[in-house]
Write a protein that binds this ligand. Sequence first.
Ligand code: NAD
Length: 359
Amino acid sequence: MAHEVTLIPGDGTGPELVEATRRVLEATGVEFDWDEQPAGEDVYEEEGTPFPDRTLDSIKRNGVGIKGPTTTPVGSGFRSVNVLLRKELDLFACIRPCKAYEGVRTRFPETDIVIVRENTEDLYAGIEFEEGSEENAKLRHELEELGEHVRDDAGISVKPISRFGSERIVEEAFSYAKANGRKKVTAAHKANIMKFTDGLFLEVAREVAKRHEDIEFEDRIIDNLCNQLVSRPEEYDVIVLPNLYGDIVSDLGAGMIGGLGLAPGGNIGTEAAMFEATHGSAPKYKGQNKVNPAALMLSGVLMLRHINEDDSADRMEKAIAEVIRKGEKVTYDLKPSRDDPSAVGTSQFADAVIEEMNQ
Ligand code: NAD
């Protein structure tokens, strides 16, 4: 039976990337019943919302979606579609595999890690008190009563990390490790300094690890982890982190594998899962058939695994890896120089992957 999947082209270069990815996903032989829905800047201009209810309903109904990037104009007044999606669907886990494929220019060719980032808590929870505001003064007063002095010209952000949030993200890291043949989970934190937030995350991670003794577990202080990732990347496998560290280490990982054009992602929640590349809408290249669709295609590979189409996922990943390894029919960002005239476009990269799969 065909898989019902919500397909969101997004805006900027999104529609081109989604079209290339859709073609490759269909070429695997897996049957899809696409439910195409809008999100982002274009629909905002037409309907006054970047994220219409029908798009949210479709994802809730289908439980799985794949999305092109969407622009968040600075100062436009509309909230990021990605933040809305995460909140509405409680997409609590962001999974970002960072694998250095052969043929990519990188100083870290051994990199093959998976970052599992908590998506809902931590300093990104949005609990902030502006310098000079009444709420800020109230909070500082309460803190004074508790014996904590904060300078009166300070802005304040609150960092909540719960037992509940920590448990489900670490469980997700172990279940991802098991489902994908991974051997080790590393929890990263700064528990030596933030004892009641990162300390709680670490305590819960250790408890969860005891339930999964078939997978090795270790922890690292976040600064040490960053140091070791760039000196001994081969020692790391699945890494689970609270939101802020996860955000930063995801970009570090993308850099280590050769750039944003190759970094896929999946946001997993209790009700639904949404797959999308790490990069944004690269609006300056809109409509030019230029940018690299590999990150979104690899997000499609993650989606295939999520819907239990593992054989097709393996074939699709292998074909993408082969096109990258050969280095001929690849986009400008994967060529030795950015103005290399032999670079192909988004759509021709997709043709090359399909050709490779059909061999
Ligand atoms: P970006 O990722 O869109 O682009 C930065 C640069 O990276 C580009 O100019 C390009 O040189 C390169 N790049 C990005 N994707 C590429 C690809 N597939 N192939 C080759 N090169 C690629 O980041 P930005 O310019 O900071 O953001 C643009 C817009 O995207 C903003 O409005 C931002 O809010 C939004 N954004 C959306 C998402 C999302 O939808 N998930 C994620 C990040 C940013």
